[in-house]
Design a protein around this ligand. Sequence first.
Ligand SMILES: [Zn+2]
Length: 176
Amino acid sequence: MSESSLPDRGGLVGNDVIKQFKTYMDQILVDLGRQIRLNMQPSRQDCPNCGYDSVRKRSNNRYNSSNPNPLGPLHKVFADGQRCSVCNGQGILNTTRSVDYTAGISKTIKEREIEDFDIGTFNPNLLKTTTVLGSFGDISSCENALIDGQTYKLIGKPIKTGLRDLIRVKAFWELV
Ligand SMILES: [Zn+2]
């Protein structure tokens, strides 16, 4: 059957039905979902409070008077030769970041999914999450996830799913 023999789109399921479907799906996600926390890779940046000694690969123990941050955790005046207390003399700040999403969490993984997504043989430490489409980038690049109080690692790549429109991200995780 060629594509041209298909009827016009929207004859049975129009845009308003699609919109309503997404509204229901979002409500179900919120009503039945639980919070998961994605721990993102820490980002490294130069300490704004001191200079960097690139030979010794640590702080040069000199206060940076042009630190743009207001006095506080990222801006602490110290005397030359003392240890910078913002970076503990490292010269580098590792900033950790985490993001929370509401997720449908399921331990039921279909046999087809095990094959399709190459997640190995059935394993009781696996689970599946379903989250909003906007979580795709964060899930792809997160270091791990805190799910129901336990740490999980992503297996393979997350997948965008939906009927007409892609509205969800499905991901598989293994307990670490
Ligand atoms: Zn510093």
